[in-house]
Design a protein around this ligand. Structure first.
Ligand SMILES: NC(=O)c1ccc[n+]([C@@H]2O[C@H](COP(=O)([O-])OP(=O)(O)OC[C@H]3O[C@@H](n4cnc5c(N)ncnc54)[C@H](O)[C@@H]3O)[C@@H](O)[C@H]2O)c1
Length: 337
């Protein structure tokens, strides 16, 4: 297939580009590098041995995007472009609503104009309401998001649902849980900007000495070790879900939604311990008070993705920690040379 990937220079997009190229698909990427660097694509080319077509463009620029879709004529678009920092979205909600909603509006309009009929969208477990009891199934109540970032994801899902029905665009929405780890090669990985929002990047920065210690936000939750539990998934397993989703929209009409996680909860302290074992580093941590907005337990019911997409995870927590540490050790300054 000929697949156009928005946000393909980012953390998840670059891993998707590898998975799709390795599977024999032709990839073109649209990215404006607001949170990534072109070097990530050079690394994808190094891993895959294939040239990747790059369009440095803002997805919200509808005219330019329409021209690109017209020239590329993709069989399918995977839409990963978006801003993703929960903390920044609270401080700059307008920036988040403007960018994330407009990327989707612009893309759908351009797809309509150029007659592109297949879409895979990067959504998030943040769309589930706070009151749900895990494991989360796709049909559980949604909305009541905890922050503007989460709302942008939920609103984009709503827009997509209304538009693709009317335009008859075959669509898969993937709700990611907690992607982590990196490609085995250590050539591509996550490069957080400033203070990391997520646990693994924070652990990595303690491991390489950039931060003195990790603060664990509360150890008095109703979980076996008292710390919150999340559903970590190796970024390559997540990338492979996009391969299955692209194949699925090729053969199936309509809109379908799938949770993409491992379906296994892992607590903060369990992840710290697993990282220490995988990296042979000691992670200094302190127990702090609970953080506003944190939910005790989040993990996925992934049976629908397994049964309908025929997708499975192949990598566990140990591999996520090893691969994340391998990336960090080989790239202490991220993609900067
Ligand atoms: N990383 C996670 O934990 C996570 C979890 C759930 C969902 N998601 C979603 O997955 C997608 C990818 O996330 P990621 O972790 O790779 O983030 P990322 O920031 O590493 O990648 C996003 C990419 O999109 C690009 N981009 C942003 N706005 C753009 C625009 N207007 N035009 C062109 N390019 C633009 C950025 O430059 C970047 O390369 C996002 O939509 C995010 O909301 C991420």
């Amino acid at each position: 297939m000929n697949i156009l990937l928005t946000g393909g220079a980012g953390y998840i997009g670059s891993h998707i580009a590898v998975a799709l190229t390795d599977a024999g698909h032709r990839i073109s990427i649209v990215d404006n590098f607001v949170n990534s660097v072109p070097e990530a694509i050079v690394r994808v080319e190094k891993i895959t041995g294939k040239n990747i077509v790059l369009h440095k463009t803002d997805v919200t620029d509808r005219e330019d995007l329409t021209r690109i879709l017209h020239d590329e004529k993709p069989d399918c678009v995977i839409h990963c472009a978006g801003l993703k920092s929960v903390g920044e979205s609270v401080k700059k909600p307008l920036k988040y609503y403007r960018n994330n909603i407009n990327t989707t509006l612009s893309l759908l309009e351009s797809m309509k104009e150029t007659g592109i009929e297949r879409l895979v969208f990067s959504s998030s477990a943040t769309v589930y309401g706070e009151d749900n009891i895990p494991p989360f199934t796709e049909t559980m109540p949604k909305g009541r998001c905890a922050n503007p970032y989460g709302w942008t994801k939920w609103m984009q899902e709503q827009i997509i649902e209304d538009v693709v029905k009317q335009l008859k665009i075959s669509t898969v929405i993937l709700r990611y849980f907690n992607p982590t780890g990196a490609h085995k090669s250590g050539l591509i990985g996550e490069e957080p900007n400033g203070l990391p929002n997520n646990l693994m990047p924070y652990i990595l920065q303690v491991a390489d000495g950039r931060r003195e210690h990790l603060t664990v936000f509360g150890d008095d939750y109703n979980t076996p070790d008292g710390t919150c539990r999340r559903d970590y998934i190796h970024v390559m397993d997540l990338a492979e879900a996009h391969l299955k989703a692209a194949e699925y929209v090729e053969k199936n009409k309509g809109l379908d939604v799938f949770n993409i996680g491992r379906g296994i909860p892992c607590s903060v302290l369990e992840l710290v311990k697993a990282f220490e074992e995988a990296s042979e580093q000691t992670i200094k941590y302190e127990i702090g008070s609970r953080r506003d907005g944190d939910v005790q337990d989040i993990w996925a019911d992934t049976s629908k993705a397994e049964e309908v997409l025929g997708w499975q995870v192949h990598r566990g927590i140990n591999e996520m920690c090893q691969d994340a540490w391998n990336w960090q050790k080989k790239n202490p300054a991220g993609y900067a040379k």
